[in-house]
Ligand binder design. Structure first.
Ligand SMILES: C[S@@+](CC[C@H](N)C(=O)[O-])C[C@H]1O[C@@H](n2cnc3c(N)ncnc32)[C@H](O)[C@@H]1O
Length: 233
């Protein structure tokens, strides 16, 4: 299946006016991440930018990963979890490694990221607990999502390319229509003024709340924001 939406290849030129340095190009490699000791068994993450811009660690993924591992637990046991724009799968894989969950987690992205997601699922022996999925924002929701009706949605560093903003908003809206009590955990880094338009538009559609987190002072200084989005009644 080809991707439906115009998302960019990783390119410093595509993300101008930065407040903080961009991630650097680096050669493909496998790292381990334990989210400040929150994971007993560290996550193995293969990074490879040839798959696309999600093929490496992004700062909001680290913030959201820490948040989910630190503040969630029993509440997720029964959850039906979907990650959007998962890249290599950092957040979803971290959650799957940490918690015993009754349902498999779906980590989703565009077609070009599928091989990397699958590789990282296998690297961590999570084949039975995490499934990779093509989900292009603005396109139709995959059959697995329509069936599962996820009630926890994770999205990290998905705000970085303005033409994709309406597509992402449309998918979030559709997911909140599909499961009315779903909660979207949304973390992003402000790189351009336009990024705040995304939140402005999200506030028109959803209940948007900033989340408490012990690292908030630190990540706020890096222009990182952590929210939940819920359906307006
Ligand atoms: C900056 S990366 C973040 C990756 C990961 N969430 C993290 O925090 O490390 C953004 C991700 O969104 C995905 N993406 C961009 N546009 C998309 C679209 N239209 N539909 C689905 N995924 C998209 C990219 O492929 C990429 O993996």
């Amino acid at each position: 299946m080809s991707s439906r939406s115009p998302s960019p290849e990783f390119s410093p030129l595509a993300i101008g006016e930065d407040l903080t340095p961009l991630p650097q190009y680096k050669a493909a490699s496998t790292t381990t991440i334990d989210f400040s000791n929150l994971l007993e068994t560290p996550l193995k993450l293969h990074e490879d930018l040839t798959s696309g811009c999600g093929g490496q660690l992004w700062p909001a993924g680290m913030v959201l990963g820490h948040h989910m591992l630190r503040y969630h637990g029993e509440s997720l046991r029964n959850a039906r979890i979907l990650e959007l724009g998962a890249g290599g799968g950092l957040v979803g894989l971290g959650v799957a490694l940490k918690f015993k969950l009754d349902h498999p987690i779906y980590i989703s992205d565009q077609e070009n990221m599928i091989d990397l997601m699958r590789k990282n699922i296998t690297l961590n022996g999570l084949e039975s607990r995490v499934k990779e999925l093509v989900l292009s924002w603005g396109g139709p929701l995959p059959a697995e999502v329509l069936k599962e009706k996820p009630n926890i949605i994770l999205a990290a560093d998905c705000v970085y390319f303005e033409p994709a903003f309406p597509l992402l908003l449309a998918t979030l809206e559709e997911l909140l229509d599909l499961c009315k009590e779903a909660v979207i955990y949304f973390c992003f880094k402000k790189r351009r003024k336009a990024d705040m338009h995304f939140i402005k538009n999200a506030k028109k559609k959803f209940i948007v709340e900033e989340l408490e987190d012990e690292d908030r002072q630190t990540f706020s200084r890096e222009a990182l924001f952590l929210y939940t989005f819920k359906r307006k009644q």
